[in-house]
Design a protein around this ligand. Structure first.
Ligand code: FES
Length: 124
């Protein structure tokens, strides 16, 4: 485990059920992105890769369903629980999104979202 963290965005940028913040990352040596969202008040992060066919989940940052209670892959419509990443429907059942370690804290007087890279997913 490392203490190294990446500042993702100001906490105020993540609105419950709203647009995701994305960051370029390397996963197992491949260029892709990570997706950061807020759900039930808590910031969460996932590797932005659908377990079905490996596409990015979002469309221009839109990843929540209209009801705001699930994440949905823009390609073939698989759905995922925003708080755990577990697939709840669609072509990739049973599977889950790859969760990232996310926290929030005060830095220089501003509350920010932080990502602590672990394992195969690292900053680009
Ligand atoms: S790539 Fe996401 S459902 Fe097919």
């Amino acid at each position: 485990m490392t203490d190294f963290t990446v500042t993702v965005c100001p906490s105020s940028d993540l609105v419950d059920g709203g647009l995701a913040c994305k960051l370029p990352v390397q996963h197992a040596g491949q260029a892709t992105t990570a997706l950061f969202i807020r759900y039930n008040g808590q910031a969460r992060g996932y590797l932005n890769r659908c377990p079905h066919a490996g596409s990015e989940l979002d469309w221009e940052g839109h990843v929540f369903t209209r009801a705001g209670d699930l994440l949905m892959c823009a390609r073939h419509g698989a759905t995922f629980k925003p708080d755990t990443g577990d697939c709840t429907g669609g072509p990739c059942l049973p599977s889950r999104l790859s969760a990232l370690h996310v926290s929030e804290e005060e830095r220089d007087g501003k509350r920010v979202v932080l990502w602590r890279p672990e394992g195969k997913t690292q900053p680009a």
